[in-house]
Design a protein around this ligand. Structure first.
Ligand SMILES: [Zn+2]
Ligand SMILES: [Zn+2]
Length: 246
């Protein structure tokens, strides 16, 4: 298989043997994004990046990830100017006319106010999520690129452990956009088969996990069920539980 710089993250993810290679790709990308935001490259010291983090802020998950990253001074600088911006914008927004009581007939209507608009904008946006979004579709596109061009990758795809439900949908949804006529149908059939077959395999592992907690099965072997919950969470929730938490 010819290795090009942009195909390496995809090939690595498929070689990792995870319950969803797309989750493995996403996790790596997320690590890179956190690293880019607060890591040694110090992108937060650049004015244009800080302008973006000031205005967008971060989602709950990524605020937490930034806190876990060992650069508390970097986080303090990011937080201070983000808070300055929030204060400026909300002070301005609070000067607008205040919402009036809902009329009898319009109890369900959300009041309109620049305060609500600004905070809802913050809730929608996240600098790290935005960074990931930019690259993620190009990663998915590379899966289709390799599938069309490399027999070896097609085999790797066929032998993978399937996908989580959400990334199954992403691949299903994007295939008609990126695959030519020759490969679209075989890809979709293979994807359907691989998703369902492997989802059932993990479902059976969860069932055996339940059995193993019943005294009647105490002496039976664990088979593949010891880490059934972690793997089932990847399949259903698109999350990879780190080994130290298992
Ligand atoms: Zn996934
Ligand atoms: Zn985020």
């Amino acid at each position: 298989m010819k290795e090009k710089i942009y195909t390496i993250p995809i090939q690595d993810a498929f070689a990792a043997g995870c319950e969803c290679p797309v989750c493995a790709m996403y996790q790596k990308l997320e690590e890179n994004a956190i690293n880019y935001t607060i890591g040694p490259g110090a992108s937060y010291m650049e004015e244009d990046i800080r302008e973006q983090t000031d205005g967008q802020g971060f989602c709950r998950k990524h605020f937490r990830d930034l806190y876990t990253y060992p650069n508390k001074m970097g986080l303090a600088l990011i937080l201070k100017t983000h808070m300055d911006k929030t204060i400026r914008e909300l002070e301005k927004a609070a000067e607008a006319p205040l919402p009036s009581p809902n009329s009898m007939f319009k109890k369900q209507v959300k009041p309109s106010s620049p305060v609500i608009d600004y905070v809802e904008g913050l809730e929608r946006e996240c600098f790290v999520c935005g960074y990931i979004r930019q690259t993620f579709e190009s990663y998915l596109r590379t899966i289709f690129y390799l599938y069309e061009r490399e027999e070896e990758f097609r085999q790797q795809f066929a032998q993978s452990k399937g996908f989580c439900t959400s990334h199954y949908k992403d691949l299903f949804c994007l295939a008609p956009k990126y695959l030519n006529k020759k490969f679209l149908e075989p890809f979709l059939r293979e994807l359907n088969g691989s998703y369902l077959e492997n989802f059932k395999r993990v479902r059976d592992d969860v069932e055996w996990f339940i059995c193993k907690n019943d005294y009647r099965y105490q002496d039976e072997p664990w088979k593949n069920a010891r880490d059934a919950l972690q793997r089932a969470l990847t399949k259903t929730g698109s999350i990879i539980i780190p080994e130290e938490e298992t």
